[in-house]
Design a protein around this ligand. Structure first.
Ligand code: FUB
Length: 466
């Protein structure tokens, strides 16, 4: 039976309303697989890969980093490292994790070497967002194995750092204090049912009847400690794809005890899942990826986040993916210069990085928009709004609305041709409507006359003034 016109109209309204509430995937301007969150000072940084859908494999050439102080507005810091940063790497910029030690940031990556196996490398920086450079000029771990992927790193309370990694097998080494060398042997963790819920069945072409596997360690380890217990989250196996499972131990090197699945049999639209867990501002968060960003799939994955509460015994509950994601844990100060690439949700635009590393919003089209959540105007309304904009051709209009796409319009900036797509001009307009208190802001992009359907302008930063 067909839908009546009014039922169809209601469904459209409900679907638009749910898109406007959506917070997952948290980045819409790029595909961001293999999220690795890091808390540093009052911010969360998430280090991700960069999927390029359309290649029918995990074709990845760079890594990306984003930061947030409220868990909903994410600032894009671009791509500080790529395969080109490592002279020994030729392909497969796969999963990675960054950690801070003594004011330096160590970003452990994996990549395919010129000898055609996989190896782990490490890049170093004085800042969590780079610039990073290859710390060694050669791999940190290279054994000629395809298993050398997905590094995860943790520094224990006694100062000993551990690097775990592996696909199919799980390995670790003890890192030295310099974080770019290691001591002792590479240890392979025994794969047992007790440790990881199951074991990989032996490859035997005769054995057509494969035993059903409840779970097993596949890849993507995430190693951390909480309340004296060590956790090893990993991509496990479930019907038709990967799930997220975990094991626990009283020691950093095991023995591990399988605890169960955290996220399993969800409609993620991706064969793989890969996660990271942090505590931030009193909440616990699971970062994972799905293929649910439009145009995505198993080779176009994007970071999502859910909040959860540990059970009193430290075990992790089952977590379901949601479209709504997480709630803000802070507000944004509109009187500070904010990069336009600080985004809670974006449509019909992307972000881009110039040769100096400046990240801005680009590919802006008519009726596209950026949503920024929880903007606190305080008790005195702003008098003016200023934005840094550039247009190589006709330009367009940047409208600022509060609360919803069609909410009160508090400013409207006509963007002229500025002399180039990177010729930034600070344009100021009066603010109307006296906004005070906390609002979501919508920066809505409009074309003028014949510009509909084309790229309108680039957007670098914004601020309000009293
Ligand atoms: O992103 C490429 C690979 O897919 C990662 O290294 C694995 O963990 C899986 O997510």
């Amino acid at each position: 039976m067909g839908l009546t016109k009014s039922a169809a109209c209601l469904l459209t309204i409900l679907s638009i309303a749910s898109t406007l509430r959506a917070q997952n995937p948290v980045i819409q301007t790029h595909y961001t697989p293999d999220p690795a969150p890091m808390v540093y000072k009052d911010k969360v940084y998430v280090y991700t890969g960069d999927d390029i859908p359309g290649y029918d494999f995990y074709y990845m050439t760079r890594w990306r980093v984003f930061s947030s102080s409220d868990m909903v507005n994410w600032t894009d810091h671009g791509s500080p490292i790529s395969l080109e940063s490592f002279s020994w790497a030729r392909d497969r910029a796969w999963a990675a994790q960054c950690i801070e030690r003594n004011g330096k940031f160590y970003w452990y990556i994996c990549a395919q070497t010129v000898q055609n196996n996989m190896a782990l490398g490490v890049a170093v920086s004085d800042s969590p967002v780079g610039p990073f450079k290859d710390a060694l000029g050669k791999p940190l771990i290279t054994t000629g194995s395809w298993s050398n992927i997905d590094p995860t790193v943790f520094i224990d309370d006694d100062g000993q750092a551990y690097l775990y990694w592996g696909n199919g097998s799980l390995y670790y080494v003890k890192l030295n204090k310099d974080m770019i060398s290691w001591s002792g042997d590479i240890v392979e963790v025994p794969q047992t049912v007790e440790a990881f819920g199951g074991v990989r069945p032996p490859r035997n072409p005769e054995n057509k009847e494969r035993p059903e596997i409840k779970d097993m360690y596949v890849e993507g380890p995430w190693f951390y400690k909480r309340n004296g217990k060590y956790y090893q989250m990993f991509a496990g196996m479930t019907k038709g794809g990967e799930c997220l499972s975990y094991s626990m131990s009283d020691k950093p090197t095991g023995p591990w005890k399988y605890q169960g699945k955290i996220m399993s049999e969800q409609a993620t639209n991706s064969f793989t899942n890969h996660g990271g867990i942090i505590d931030f501002k009193g909440n616990s968060y699971l970062f994972y990826h799905t293929g649910l960003l439009p145009g995505g799939g198993s080779y176009g994955r994007a970071t999502s986040i859910e909040t959860f509460k540990y059970n009193p015994d430290g075990s992790i509950p089952k977590i379901s993916m949601t479209k709504e994601g997480v709630q803000p844990v802070g507000t944004l100060d509109p009187y500070q210069l904010t990069k336009a690439a600080t985004i809670a949700w974006a449509e019909k635009c992307r972000t881009e990085q110039d040769e100096k590393g400046n990240v801005f919003v680009s590919h802006i089209r008519t009726n596209g928009y950026i949503k920024v959540r929880s903007v606190n105007f305080g008790s005195t309304a702003p008098a003016s709004f200023q934005a840094s904009l550039a247009a190589g051709l006709d330009g367009g209009i940047l409208e600022v609305h509060t609360d919803s796409l069609n909410g009160p319009k508090i400013a409207s900036v006509n963007v002229p041709r500025t002399g180039g797509w990177h010729s930034w001009k600070a344009l100021t307009e009066k603010v109307s409507g006296q906004p005070t208190g906390v609002h979501d802001l919508y920066f809505v992009f409009k074309g003028q006359n014949i510009t509909a359907g084309r790229e309108l302008f680039n957007f670098n930063s914004w601020e309000f003034k009293r």
